[in-house]
Design a protein around this ligand. Structure first.
Ligand SMILES: Cc1ncc(C[n+]2csc(CCOP(=O)(O)OP(=O)(O)O)c2C)c(N)n1
Ligand SMILES: [Mg+2]
Length: 482
């Protein structure tokens, strides 16, 4: 079996697991999951850099799944990577199981965040990319992760994505690589019935580097990912033309791919034959929950490669830390998740001050006290906080402590349901999810939103000293900071 055949086999394995989990649950979304399997498989087996034994490693690459309904694909993938068991997959969408219909966040199992509401994963990824860029500009190579996102037709159509995409292009976030699963099918119709825009032209106009590929071809996916990672100055969009329900057949063995019915129903209820489809994909319909031995080896080998890669990175970090103790101390403080101790009584407000001026007073104070604060401003920066004017987050400019990202006028949805513009909010939320920044957002009609609450995440193990590492076991070095 050559490499291409092996990757096809692994993607078929994911398709089988996703379809089987939905079939057993009697509900869920198999079609999109089966079409996107090739991309996620190449990403996880060749590109995504993570520590298999330390999922909370701060400098890991991130993967955000925008269409949360494609969770069976992610679970299937993470089962190959050893983060879920076959038993977990059998319990998809069951009360109390670890495999809900739309997972939110579970870093230990490598779930950064998926979104139920389509489009939010796009903004999450942009927020993470801004945060990662800030760390990279400030601390260099020791923190240089790639942020990957996976989006589908619905997410590309959602308005919230437009604000996020334009901002990412404007900021030149070349640490962001997004795969668009363009299968031309959505929940109730073909995409052509509801949209006719040129998505490639749209993203190019926003300043993205855009590639179009056959999205079920592992070699094309690999090539596109290599080019995307090498491209500087712009975020990347890989438009993958994929096949909804790839591999689906009927009881008679006729092709049943590209059918809207497979979006949100078990294959047996969507016009396909579950058994024939599993057989067609090389699985066993009597016992579909299996990891093929050659696929297991593929992922075991990848885990060994990743361990070696991480050891080198931990070693490099240790050397950097020895040479830069002050910067390392700052970095580790930010990464520890500890919020600084703020004496709020020091903030003096004038009686009757306008809320935007009051907000500016608070921000000015925080700017001096919260070094990892990222302020997002929707063209209201001068009325809020003049001092932050100089600290603009820009392309290729080493940032100061506490920066402002100027979002421009993006209050683009009248009657937006929340106080702040939703795009801004979700970008902020993700900067928070990145665990390392204190985001603030200011938009029309609000005094701002500051996320400074203590994090509720379990403390993550950090191995800043490579010699204090893995040998001690996964749980023995919690909170190990210098
Ligand atoms: C903001 C938002 N609107 C509507 C939905 C309901 N919904 C879930 S999936 C989906 C269609 C998705 O189509 P696509 O993204 O192409 O996924 P595929 O059918 O290819 O799996 C819709 C409308 C949602 N999850 N979020
Ligand atoms: Mg689709």
């Amino acid at each position: 079996m050559n490499k291409t055949q092996l990757l096809n086999r692994a993607a078929d394995n994911i398709r089988i697991l996703a379809a089987a989990a939905v079939e057993k649950a009697k509900s869920g979304h198999p079609g999109g999951a089966m079409g996107g399997a090739d991309f996620i498989n190449v990403l996880f087996s060749e590109f995504l850099e993570y520590d298999p034994e330390n999922p909370g490693w701060e400098a890991r690459d991130r993967f955000f799944l925008d269409p949360g309904h494609m969770a069976p694909m992610l679970y299937g993938q993470l089962c190959l990577a050893g983060k879920f068991t076959l038993e977990d997959l059998k319990n998809l969408r069951q009360w109390g199981s670890v495999t809900p219909g739309h997972p939110e966040r579970e870093i230990e199992r490598m779930i950064e965040n998926t979104s139920g509401p389509l489009g939010q994963g796009h903004t999450f990824a942009v927020g993470a990319a801004i945060a990662a860029k800030w760390f990279n500009q400030r601390y260099g190579e020791i923190h240089n992760p790639t942020i990957y996102a996976f989006i589908s037709d619905g997410g590309v159509q959602e308005e919230i994505s437009q604000g996020a995409g334009r901002l990412a292009g404007h900021l030149g976030l070349d640490n962001l690589v997004m795969f668009y699963d363009s299968n031309t099918i959505q929940l109730s119709t073909g995409c052509g019935e509801v949209t006719s825009e040129d998505v490639a032209a749209k993203y190019k106009a926003w300043g993205w580097y855009v590639q179009e590929i056959p999205g079920n071809d592992p070699d094309a996916i690999r090539e596109a990912l290599i080019k995307a990672k090498a491209h500087k100055g712009e975020p990347s969009l890989i438009i993958g033309h994929t096949i909804m329900g790839k591999g689906c057949v009927t009881a008679e063995g006729a092709n049943w791919e590209g059918k809207c019915s497979t979006h949100g129903a078990p294959l047996s209820k969507a016009g396909a034959s579950f058994e024939k489809t599993i057989e067609h994909l090389g699985g066993n319909p009597e016992d579909p929950f299996q990891i093929f031995p050659e696929v297991k080896k593929l992922y075991d080998d990848r885990a060994a490669e990743l361990r070696e890669l991480c050891n080198k990175k931990y070693e490099a970090y240790y050397e950097w830390k020895q040479a830069n103790p002050l910067a390392a101390n700052e970095y580790e403080t930010y990464m520890s998740g500890e919020t600084p101790c703020i004496d709020w009584s020091l903030i003096q407000q004038k009686a009757g001050a306008a809320t935007r001026n009051a907000s500016g007073t608070v921000l000015s104070f925080l700017a001096e006290n919260v070094g990892n604060m990222i302020v997002s401003s929707a063209d209201l920066s001068n009325s809020e906080d003049p001092r932050l004017q100089e600290r603009r987050f820009q392309r290729s400019v080493p940032p100061s402590r506490c920066v402002r990202t100027h979002h421009g006028v993006r209050h683009d949805r009248n009657g937006a349901p929340r106080r702040n513009h939703p795009c801004l909010r979700h970008v902020l939320r993700l900067q928070r999810l990145y665990e390392t920044c204190c985001p603030h957002g200011g938009a029309h009609g609000t005094a701002g939103e500051i996320h400074l609450e203590p994090r509720r995440l379990p403390r993550r193990r950090r191995r800043t000293d490579p010699r204090a590492g893995r040998a001690r076991g996964a749980d023995s070095s919690h909170g190990e900071t210098a």
